[in-house]
Design a binder for this molecule. Structure first.
Ligand SMILES: Nc1ncnc2c1ncn2[C@@H]1O[C@H](COP(=O)(O)OP(=O)(O)O)[C@@H](O)[C@H]1O
Ligand SMILES: [Mg+2]
Length: 376
């Protein structure tokens, strides 16, 4: 039997675990044309959930046409246009009537067509005279979706990337274009919480209060434990319940890391996976990633590296400038700590999580957290 624990991409509803409530909410939003903001930590399962939703729309016979675009690699509006255009071209092949219309519309925008050398799929790019043309193209692409007979879902992953664009007023422009649409519903997805929150919940910003928020927490412990047990027994394998508990604690139920560890455990040839086997697997995983972690050591100052180790050792820190914390880890003055922590957050090495009860700081990569805490 194939390994039922995937940790890379989306394969099928069967291998995608839980998230039923979130999926149901998303389905409702799509059918009521409510735009959604999906925010959660990296590797918690946002992209997976969007792909699961698209799968569900298709298998349930919905008339909605889903389009997915990841804009992480885009640097300006021209590239945003290129990515959106390519996502649309993929969905409307040029031998369909919508595809022909799309080609007709694109022709007016002076496109350059080519084939992607790797995948062989068609690629489109535009040439522009000026800024207005870029905006006009974006509007044109969205208007094309608006004119479809069937409703369209446009899911934009890593949406906070628009904050990096050099152009002014990107949000205002996008919001204006989007507001005109009645046949297109949006999912704006992102990991950088402070940026996403500023785009969608700051009263001074154009997108303020325009969407419904959906978050993704860790999958509940009992549920995840039962799932892991069941996957093992379905495959004719065994795992001790205290071994499962160890897995969930060690990975903090952060989906990617839990899936990754379970994947490796499932590959073991032992009769029963016990705690020792789990610990061996954890060691292996950390060893594999060591060169990658050490690269970061090169990129950081000694002070930043030391601060990162301190955070790792404490696992989660609610008062990152408290005297006792700074003293215990030889960090230095509050002002220094403040700068170090900010750099680590900016580099995505540390995240800030705010729950109803508290705000805390944590090393973002869980395997890196475990490695730092062990090595230093
Ligand atoms: N509910 C889930 N069931 C099974 N695997 C999941 C689930 N959510 C996420 N994963 C796995 O974890 C990996 C990371 O999730 P991803 O969706 O890429 O996170 P994000 O987009 O939030 O960074 C995915 O590639 C997938 O293999
Ligand atoms: Mg993602």
């Amino acid at each position: 039997m194939d390994n039922p624990f995937i940790f890379n991409g989306y394969e099928s509803a069967k291998l995608f675990f839980d998230r039923e409530m979130e999926l149901e909410t998303l389905m409702k939003c799509v059918s009521s044309k409510t735009d959604v903001t999906l925010i959660a930590q990296r590797r918690m399962g946002k992209t997976g959930l969007i792909l699961r939703l698209i799968d569900e729309l298709k298998s349930s016979g919905s008339n909605v046409t889903p389009i997915y675009v990841d804009i992480f690699a885009t640097r300006d509006i021209a590239e945003l246009n290129k990515y959106i255009a390519n996502a649309i071209v993929k969905i409307f092949p040029d031998d369909t009537s919508a595809g022909k219309k799309l080609l007709g519309m694109l022709k007016g925008l002076r496109p350059l067509f080519s084939l992607d050398p790797l995948s062989g799929s068609p690629q489109v790019q535009f040439t522009y005279q000026n800024q207005t043309e870029k905006e006009h193209t974006l509007d044109g692409l969205l208007q094309f979706l608006e004119q479809q007979n069937n409703p369209v879902l446009l899911a934009i992953d890593e949406f906070q990337q628009i904050r990096e664009y050099p152009e002014k007023n990107v949000e205002a422009m996008l919001r204006t274009f989007i507001q005109r649409l009645h046949n297109v519903c949006f999912i704006f997805c992102g990991s950088k919480k402070h940026l996403m929150a500023d785009i969608f919940s700051n009263p001074q910003r154009p997108f303020f209060s325009s969407t419904q928020f959906i978050g993704l927490d860790a999958i509940p412990e009992v549920k995840y434990a039962q799932h892991i047990q069941r996957m093992f027994s379905d495959g004719g394998k065994q795992i001790d319940s205290d071994a499962v508990k160890y897995v969930l604690d060690w990975t903090k139920r952060h989906t990617y890391y839990t899936q990754r560890l379970c994947h490796d455990l499932y590959e073991l040839k032992t009769d029963t996976v016990d705690i020792e086997a789990v610990q061996g697997c954890c060691d292996n995983l950390l060893k594999l990633s060591e060169p990658y972690f050490l690269q970061y050591k090169q990129l950081l100052t000694d002070g930043q590296w030391n601060y990162l180790i301190a955070l790792a050792k404490e696992e989660e820190v609610t008062q990152p400038y408290a005297n006792s914390f700074l003293k215990k880890h030889n960090i230095g003055a509050t002002a220094v700590a403040r700068r170090q922590l900010q750099t680590l957050i900016d580099k995505d090495l540390v995240f800030v999580e705010t729950t109803k009860e508290r705000t805390y700081y944590r090393v973002a990569d869980l395997f890196m957290l475990r490695w730092l805490a062990r090595e230093y």
